[in-house]
Design a protein around this ligand. Structure first.
Ligand code: GDP
Length: 481
């Protein structure tokens, strides 16, 4: 929230409770230090242990990053196809894939995994990552150099022979010494952790398999899901995760604010929208509309659901259909910030508040920055707008999101908001109740494994530890609470 432009810049906690490192050139990424002027102070303080680990990780990124001697050495081994017993620096390479919300969730998961395992995080820049996000680590780059020796990333999918799951299947990987001391461990493996991963890929979440990875310097990881909750179920990491995040539901809130800083171009989109449409209102309600199943979601049903939810939960004031003018004084102002690929919901809500007075006397303005029509992953301006809109949603006071949408998860996590979730319609009818408050601000892991590694049996992983539960919107998913 901004009182007046930049006035209290110095008194605010620009480093977000120590989450952000000093040492960046401010002009190169204005959002990093200006976000504090736009977002309410978070009541969630990062743990001293998390701060210590982040600073340590920053040193590691610098020491082993692109163009360092250690990096060049690690590349030499990668090219040779062999591994040495002790590598000074080990790496997780995150491969770009899927819609922007999905990408941000999987990238945050990959970062947490890198932090837990003392590996560097490098990212495949894909078509647009460098246009969207500033560098998160000081004095180095997280962008995978373009001359990285492995580059046919598009062939890295479920079927890729280099994937850990497929290597296990063909028994092509083993850390049991075979005479030349190294077993048959390669210099790198590909970890396929996308939503369509198979049972062998899912063994990633088992303790024994984690031991194997410890001996492999390069892990190339491709995912489009928030796999953090299942990391909490791996015994080796459980204690450390508890120290890093004594408040389990703040993982994405902290890591997202640490990692994801809009570039100056995206920051321009955000701040111009903010000052034009959001700054003046006393209260802001965000409504994120994502329709996955168009056939079962007629516009009127979705609109009825949004309004039923917002009125019932008192997120929006009701209108009077009979009195032409309910109150002659203005009793407060509210802005409804809508995001959707379609403009129809925005238009209908705006008309409603223009055609009728509110029963409370509040003035309601309605704003939607874009209506892009359809998903256009990797198109630069399209993704910049998507990122700006997720960020703007995170600046609201109350948030209504669509079930299943990672776009909404990012907004709620960054904003530290527990949203009201609009459930998906079933059989073309409006769900009742129309929405429910989320248990926590954490994203949902849509496709978790259901496997007990020790017992080698299928189990319900949503009932094993108190902090990992099933999601409100995806009953088989897992989330931290
Ligand atoms: P999810 O599919 O809802 O889980 O979210 P993703 O962000 O992973 O993928 C949806 C993609 O569609 C986004 O990255 C955008 O490119 C686009 N998109 C969906 N909803 C919106 C919206 O409200 N505004 C904008 N600008 N783009 C959207």
């Amino acid at each position: 929230r901004v009182g007046s432009s930049g006035s209290s810049n110095n008194t605010r906690d620009r480093f977000l409770g120590g989450l952000l490192a000093a040492g960046f050139d401010e002009g190169s990424c204005l959002s990093r230090y200006q976000s504090v002027l736009y977002r309410k102070k978070s009541p969630h303080i990062p743990s001293p242990h998390l701060l210590e680990r982040l600073r340590g990780h920053e040193s590691l990124q610098k020491k082993c990053g692109p163009n360092t001697e250690s990096y060049n050495n690690a590349i030499k081994w990668l090219k040779s196809g062999r591994r040495t017993e002790i590598m000074e620096c080990n790496y997780v390479v995150w491969l770009s894939y899927s819609g922007l919300g999905n990408r941000m969730l999987s990238l945050a998961s990959a970062f947490l995994y890198a932090l837990l395992t003392n590996r560097l995080l490098l990212i495949d820049r894909g078509a647009d990552m460098a246009d969207l996000f500033c560098e998160p680590f000081p004095e180095t780059s997280w962008l995978l150099p373009l001359d990285f020796p492995i580059n046919q990333f598009s062939s890295f999918n479920k079927k890729a022979p280099q994937s850990y799951g497929n290597m296990l299947k063909r028994k092509a990987i083993s850390d049991i010494p075979d005479g030349n001391a190294n077993g048959s461990l390669p210099a790198y493996v590909y970890l396929h952790l996308g939503h369509d991963y198979g049972d062998f890929d899912k063994l990633f979440f088992c303790e024994d398999d984690q031991q194997v990875f410890r001996k492999i310097p390069w892990l190339l990881l491709r995912s489009n899901v928030y796999f953090v909750p299942s990391l909490f179920l791996i015994p080796t990491y459980e204690e450390e995760l508890g120290r890093l995040f004594p408040q389990r539901e703040t993982v994405f809130h902290h890591l997202g604010r640490y990692l994801f800083h809009p570039t100056n171009s995206v920051w321009g989109l955000i701040t111009r929208s903010y000052w034009s449409y959001l700054a003046k209102a006393e209260e802001r309600t965000g409504i994120q509309v994502r329709v996955f199943d168009v056939r079962n979601s007629p516009v009127q049903h979705v609109l009825d659901q949004i309004l039923a939810c917002s009125l019932k939960e008192k997120l929006l004031p009701d209108v009077s259909l009979h009195d032409p003018l309910v109150s002659s004084t203005v009793a407060g102002s509210k802005v409804v910030f809508v995001t959707s690929l379609d403009s129809v919901y925005f238009e209908k809500i705006r008309s409603m508040y223009w055609e009728h007075p509110t029963t409370t006397g509040e003035i309601v303005s309605v704003y939607q920055p874009s209506h892009e029509g359809y998903q256009q992953t990797e198109k630069q301006m399209h993704e910049m707008k998507a990122w700006a809109e997720m960020y703007l949603l995170s600046l609201t006071d109350a948030l209504v999101t669509s079930a299943w949408s990672t776009f909404g998860y990012v907004a709620q996590g960054l904003g530290g908001l527990k949203p009201w979730i609009l459930f998906r319609p079933e059989n073309g009818t409006m769900p009742r109740p129309p929405c429910r408050r989320a248990l926590s601000m954490e994203p949902c892991f849509h496709t978790p494994p259901y496997y007990d590694c020790k017992a080698k049996a299928v189990i319900d992983t949503g009932v094993v530890i108190p902090h990992v539960r099933h999601c409100e919107d995806v009953s088989w998913g897992l989330k931290l609470v």
